[in-house]
Ligand binder design. Sequence first.
Ligand code: FES
Ligand SMILES: [Fe+2]
Length: 447
Amino acid sequence: MSGADSSENSDQSSSSIPVLSDVSRQRIDARPQRMNTWFNLIPVKKFEDTQPAKLLFLDSFVTVQSTEAKDGSGEKSYSVFFEGQHEMSVVVKYSLIFVWYGDDLLTPDRPFPVIFEKPFTSKYVSSKVSQFDKTHIMDFVENGSDNLHFEKVHLWNSSKLYDHVISEETITLKQDAAINYGASTTDLKGRIISKFVPLLNLHHDFVYHGPGLATVSAEGIGNLEFHSLVSLTPEGDHGTRLYVTIAVDPETFPKWAERIFSWVSPKTALCDVLAAILANFVQNEFHADSVIWANKRFQDLKLLPVEKHLADVRRWGETFYPKDFVPPVVEEKSPDLRQWEYLDDAANIKEGIVYPYSVSNEALVAIKNAHGEIRVFDAYCPHQGAHLGCGGEITEDRIQCPFHGFYFDGEGRCLGPSETNRTNFISELDMTGIKYRIEDGRVEVFI
Ligand code: FES
Ligand SMILES: [Fe+2]
């Protein structure tokens, strides 16, 4: 990086710390969400309760019609029309309405996947909807395979992923983890409740059945067996709505508990209440991720050797893109168009904070290092593209990335996850310095 200090004088104009709403948060993401696969549209109960005229789906909408069976059984069937006109293939299972999206809406390229070999007899209970405006469905898929983020983002005590098996239809992986459920939720109530939840040593099995459906099963919550389905439905170009649907096998918890509960609440089964609690737990885990995803740049993964499977996961996602999809060419800004632009008053940039900016559509961060010198960098972490100004912290003159916790020194040199292990590989992850100057107390960047 280069910088030319002219006169860092004491121009003490308003010292405002830029907040996220001040910086451009336009997500840069060229990946299509129109992927050829099965998606959950809505839980049956939610549809029946709300009877929406239209449902957002991809960058468009669908309409849903329900028809009651003529035999008086009260059974209903559902027809779904893309953009209100084009009939789609529909499957109703696990209390959810699924549709096929593909080149031919009525003839799926692949049958609805076998998700659970044998459904439970108990109810499949869905969480409330979670809406993530700036999250591509592949963010979720990649996240499941991203071992290093669980401790930093979710505040789990430990995580170990293994047995990554990627086939044409599925990704299967296993995880051992010590989990502090809800500790990272952005919701204060959730965080308080999490304090009363004991640390759980769990084993998870994850299976992605295409980009829109994942199952998660866990061992370690007593003898409890449950079916857990995370469904991801694209909204717009890069938004996702998420439901967690869970059924608890009533055979796997003590009968006395069910009996006591039925005295207290005769109309509700204990397994359904438990399913709702578990669904909320799982759902809450995604909120801390979403803060990272909404601001990250998805291109240019620079992965550690132990993370190579993440590139395979991304390639697997691409196999679901429409056949005619051509990735847009990312154009480099011509050097002739670069010029000096105002960033901020130098007096506004104080030690201990990573300041986010957007200048000429470039996302930047600025810090004041331990020697009192200002440094300006590209905002995106060279590792997996998290925005360092959105949750990045300064500890003892080191910037720590909010995603996997890698450290960078005051000159932007990557120190890796442990601060001590600057290998050749790690040095490829140095932050990109931006040329700047300080004139009359104004910081300007050449951009
Ligand atoms: S994105 Fe991984 S450490 Fe920054
Ligand atoms: Fe996550």
